[in-house]
Design a protein around this ligand. Structure first.
Ligand code: SF4
Length: 341
């Protein structure tokens, strides 16, 4: 994953009173401008995205990412897409935090398989300080193996982000999911601003940001544009941008959502690439349902990271052999990493 140290965006995306500019500046990307990209003729959009991609990234290189759920299920939040919420009957059982030994074993196996980074996901609304202490132990153990570390733990207080950083955390995943205007249709147990506050705390602590969203939750095109504008206007924008296609898990409120048109999903990938040229754009959840041809279009549109392995937290993912075969067919080569998103 490459840090976007050369971002030219100048707008403070999460304005804090003491940092308000004296004269308002235009956002780098208005929602209208992003929607204009989403509405472009498909081939023009793909050509533009591929051109931007080749300008900033080696052609044919795909980051292979894996993710370990260190604390599964029983989450008090009600994210409408998530089988780990305690509010929904999805068959996911609540488990306690894995031990240092278990996580170290998994991290060692990931390293042996070529991983350079190891991500730990925990289904918490917001970790308590004692949870952070335990996570710090896990982070220290993973770091001790010579791996980069990444975590996704829910909302953080600034002192918690600082503590994680001091323990050796390199990356933090925290998705915005959708546009601010559509957020209440997806989750009601927290506010959009809570997400922005955590992302700011992560940035302020010096941790790199992994942040993206989900397509196919019943949102309009303007909401997709709103999500991308939010991400692209962060200063700097996230180093890593996971774009998920909703996995409609039975028992979740969004289980009956209309399936997203695959070409519209490709459009979102392309627009993420154009607006955030130096971010890793990660083809994340829902890849299993896209099939080879649509995944190929996503790579063409600038996706340069995928989740690798047969499980993504608690939902399915294409198996390793299928991925290897597709990459061979396309002449792509993998860059191994274990990251969140
Ligand atoms: S997405 Fe995260 S915060 Fe939301 S219910 Fe699932 S585990 Fe909890």
């Amino acid at each position: 994953m490459t840090a976007c140290s050369t971002s030219t965006h100048t707008v403070q995306w999460h304005a804090r009173p003491e940092q308000e500019p004296t004269a308002p500046t235009e956002p780098a990307w208005s929602v209208e401008a992003v929607q204009g990209l989403l509405d472009k003729p498909f081939m023009d959009l793909l050509f533009q995205a591929q051109s931007v991609h080749r300008e900033h990234w080696p052609a044919g290189e795909i980051e292979l990412a894996t993710l370990l759920s260190v604390k599964t299920g029983g989450c008090p939040e009600n994210c409408g897409y998530c089988p780990q919420s305690a509010e929904f009957e999805t068959g996911v059982k609540a488990e306690k935090l894995m031990s240092v030994q278990e996580v170290t074993r998994a991290a060692q196996a990931a390293k042996d398989a070529g991983a350079t980074r190891f991500c730990m996901g925990a289904a918490w609304r917001a970790p308590k300080d004692r949870d952070i202490e335990k996570m710090n132990e896990l982070i220290g153990a993973v770091k001790g193996l010579g791996l980069q570390t990444c975590a996704t733990l829910g909302m953080l207080q600034p002192h918690q982000a600082q503590s994680l950083r001091e323990a050796g955390l390199d990356y933090y995943n925290h998705n915005l999911d959708t546009a601010p205007e559509y957020y209440r249709d997806v989750v009601s147990t927290r506010q959009y601003q809570d997400r922005l506050d955590t992302l700011q705390a992560v940035r302020d602590a010096g941790i790199s940001v992994c942040c993206g969203g989900i397509i196919g939750m019943g949102e309009e095109v303007v909401h997709r544009a709103g999500l991308i504008a939010q991400l692209a206007n962060m200063d700097p924008y996230p180093e890593s941008v996971p774009i998920n296609s909703l996995v409609r898990v039975p028992g979740t409120p969004l289980a009956d959502s209309e399936p997203v048109d695959p070409l519209d999903f490709v459009r979102v990938i392309a627009v993420a690439r154009i607006t955030m040229p130096k971010a890793r754009v990660r083809l994340s959840a829902g890849r299993q349902q896209l099939g080879e041809a649509v995944q190929t279009l996503c790579f063409m549109a600038g996706a340069n990271s995928i989740f690798y392995g047969d499980k993504l937290l608690v939902t399915g993912n294409p198996d390793v052999e299928a991925d290897t075969t597709l990459m061979r067919k396309l002449g792509l080569h993998g860059l191994r990493a274990s990251v969140a998103g």
